[in-house]
Design a protein around this ligand. Structure first.
Ligand code: PRT
Ligand code: ZN
Length: 226
């Protein structure tokens, strides 16, 4: 549970694919910040809305712990950590509030180019490398397939070549990375994009009004972009 606060805190990626578009969106909502020297915390000037610049992986946990109120993060990361929480019996601690229209990609199964794809039943008994073990395990269960999930934090696409897995489950945008590794995409597990994530419960302090205003402005900005 988060302590009472009178300023909103939004976590965004410090650097990476979502960093610039997240800032641009929040700027378009009328927010501005005084840059701090360490650049991890940006103090809101136009409104009492501060930024925390972090790794994308940390954003769901920061909201769950009440350290931040909102976050801009890929749906893939949010769903993965929600699945992980559910697996260990924790209640939902954040939810997707808005889809933001940037950072689009798909979480896909990809197999060696030389294979014929006959459907999920073909995965029985195989090893699948991924950085999204919870989403993959849920999908396999829904398909009624028993395959082993090999969790890797990076360079998932070279696992088949190294022999550590038979196929992979990874994010794809252009598909160039798969092609460069002689892999082909065959199934989409998740359609992802950057989302605004927020707490499950309503605010009961002055953040409530600020949050409502921010969402209203964001809806205006997102509508103009369509
Ligand atoms: O440092 P930090 O932990 O914050 O950053 P990160 O390296 O974990 O994340 P980053 O910046 O790479 O990605 C942030 C988010 O961008 C992801 O969680 C996704 O929601 C989204 N996104 C959109 C992508 C891609 N597109 C994407 N193409 N994330 C990763 N990729 C990878 C893909 O897996 C492949 O390896 O980029 C490579 C190029 O993709 P292709 O298909 O164009 O070749
Ligand atoms: Zn990351």
């Amino acid at each position: 549970a988060s302590a009472t606060r009178d300023r909103l805190r939004i976590a965004i990626q410090k650097s990476g694919r979502l960093a610039e578009p997240a800032r641009a969106l929040l700027s378009a909502c009328g927010l501005s910040w005084r840059e701090s020297r360490d650049k991890l915390f940006c103090y809101g000037e136009s409104l009492p809305v501060d930024l925390l610049l972090v790794r994308d992986d940390d954003i769901p946990g920061l909201i769950a712990d009440g350290v931040c109120d909102f976050g801009v993060v890929g749906r893939n990361e949010l769903d993965e950590q929600a699945g992980e929480r559910a697996r260990i019996g924790l209640p939902p601690a954040y939810r997707e509030l808005r889809a933001l229209g940037f950072g689009a990609c798909r979480l896909m199964l990809a197999i060696p180019e030389s294979w014929d794809w006959q459907g999920p039943a073909q995965l029985q008994g195989l090893r699948i490398a991924t950085s999204y073990p919870a989403i993959l395990a849920n999908w396999l269960q829904a398909q009624g397939v028993d395959a082993s999930v090999v969790e890797l934090s990076g360079s998932v696409e070279i696992a088949p070549k190294l022999g550590t897995a038979d196929l992979i489950c990874d994010l794809v945008s252009s598909g160039a990375t798969l092609a460069a590794n002689q892999l082909k995409p065959v199934e989409t597990l998740l359609q992802s994009e950057a989302v605004l994530a927020g707490p499950v419960r309503e605010f009961d302090d002055s953040r409530a009004g600020l949050a409502a205003m921010l969402l209203r402005r964001m809806d205006g900005v997102l509508k103009v972009k369509d």
